[in-house]
Write a protein that binds this ligand. Structure first.
Ligand SMILES: NC(=O)c1ccc[n+]([C@@H]2O[C@H](COP(=O)([O-])OP(=O)(O)OC[C@H]3O[C@@H](n4cnc5c(N)ncnc54)[C@H](O)[C@@H]3O)[C@@H](O)[C@H]2O)c1
Ligand SMILES: [Fe+2]
Length: 396
């Protein structure tokens, strides 16, 4: 396999990093930025300070502070039109994955002059996206280092995926001050999502020693910092947590995701299960499913989770499961689905909806479609019956 590792985004991270925003905006020749955020972020002190610093540095700043949970097609297309009209020359996104994906969508659409809905898939646009500076305020999505943006089309109720090498953010600024105002529940959900990105990257058929190194370090850093980051005011832990979620996305951005994200998709689409709950509850079961075909990876995963590898694979898998369950319990995150969340009579339907998109480990020999970004090449071929059996293991 010829592998391709690509990561052009500059990372500026650590306590105080946000103070570098004006200089980094200038360094990327942005003079007239559109600053994108949501109402919760717009009310925080760090946002007000960032905005004031940009104006003080002489930037002609416009704002869009109306993002919702999940980037919206109508916001992306309308704000891109505004960017063209007002001759804006760059995007500063300050927020979680929803805000960063909105900003990235605007940055793609503005210079390409078509609706985002007409540019989905991989690299389906020709003009480079406007320069983007990303300031994540959750330690979760990793959108700040990703070429892709996930945008909800409210009309068709589909989640659109688009992006390519021309839409990597120029800079990601990771400052733990941004996590101070994040409610514990949202912090737990985004941290679990990030953890699953790293574990999925490890058990991908497209994984390489390079992505493995990043994935394992992301798990070690994430598992070691999550409790203190979420349950106390520990700035060092929050800095680690932010860096871990970026590293996890760099890993899965290059090796793709896996079966937890694939199986979670119909639960999110058809049962409105939140993404983090879907992938978080599934991930210990997916590790158990994958471990027999990747036992060495399971052992390494146990070590970075701080668990002791067992004398055999079954013990190692049990140790991983116990470590993940303890972590989730401590941060108040569920370890099982309730029958209300995932009705037993719909298990067959969910398994059938998830599996046809899988292509069992090989890259397709055709143009990559949207669905390929979501249906991921995990290490193990999976049948509908196996998917159903995995769902059945998710009830505690
Ligand atoms: N592009 C990618 O590679 C990628 C990867 C994973 C997820 N995503 C997308 O990211 C989105 C999820 O992002 P998320 O998990 O970061 O959550 P989010 O951006 O949806 O935010 C969740 C909630 O937390 C609030 N919030 C965020 N930061 C805050 C802060 N510091 N203080 C107070 N409130 C704060 C928001 O206002 C929101 O209500 C989804 O739409 C998903 O599709 C994109
Ligand atoms: Fe995810």
């Amino acid at each position: 396999m010829i592998a391709n590792f690509y990561m052009p985004t500059r990372l500026v991270h650590g306590p105080g990093a946000l103070s570098r925003l004006p200089e980094l905006v200038r360094a990327n020749r942005i003079n007239r930025p559109l600053v994108v955020s949501d109402p919760a972020i717009a009310a925080t002190p760090f946002y007000g300070q960032a905005l004031a610093a940009l104006k003080e540095a002489g930037c002609d700043v416009a704002t869009f502070e109306e993002c919702w949970i999940d980037a919206r097609l109508s916001h992306v297309d309308a704000q891109a039109e505004r960017v063209r009209r007002e001759d804006r020359d760059g995007i500063v996104s300050i927020g979680g994955g929803s805000v960063m994906c909105t900003g990235k969508g605007i940055a793609i659409v503005a210079p390409n002059g078509r609706s985002f809905a007409d540019m989905t898939g991989v690299a389906n646009f020709s003009a480079p996206a406007l320069p983007m500076i990303m300031v994540p305020t959750t330690a979760g999505s990793g959108s700040e280092v990703s070429q892709f943006t996930l945008v909800k089309d409210e009309t068709s109720h589909r989640k659109l995926v688009g992006g390519g090498p021309l839409s990597f953010p120029q800079v990601a600024i990771l400052d733990p001050v941004t996590l101070e105002t994040l409610p514990a529940r949202a912090a737990a959900a985004s941290a679990v999502d990030a953890l699953t990105h790293a574990v999925e990257a490890l058990f991908s058929s497209l994984a390489t020693p390079l992505t493995d190194a990043l994935a394992l370090e992301a798990v070690r850093l994430q598992a070691g910092s999550m409790r203190r980051s979420i349950l106390s005011d520990d700035m060092a832990a929050r800095a680690d947590n932010l860096l871990a979620s970026a590293i996890a996305n760099i890993a899965c951005g290059n090796s793709r995701l896996g079966l937890a994200h694939t199986l979670s998709l119909p639960l999110e689409a058809r049962l409105d299960l939140p993404h983090a709950i879907g992938v978080g509850v599934l991930i210990p079961r997916i590790v158990a499913f994958n471990a027999p075909v990747a036992p060495a990876k399971a052992e390494k995963l146990a070590v970075v989770l701080g668990a002791r590898p067992g004398v055999d694979l079954a013990e190692t898998v049990a140790a991983i499961r116990a470590a993940l369950f303890a972590l989730f319990d401590d941060i108040g995150f569920p370890t099982a689905f309730s029958p209300e969340q995932l009705p037993r009579e719909r298990l067959a339907e969910m398994a059938e909806a998830a599996i046809p998109g899988l292509y069992g480990g090989a890259m397709p020999d055709r143009a990559v479609r949207d669905s390929d970004l979501i249906h991921q090449p995990g290490v193990r071929r999976t049948s509908v019956a196996q998917a159903r059996a995995i769902f059945e293991q998710c009830y505690g």
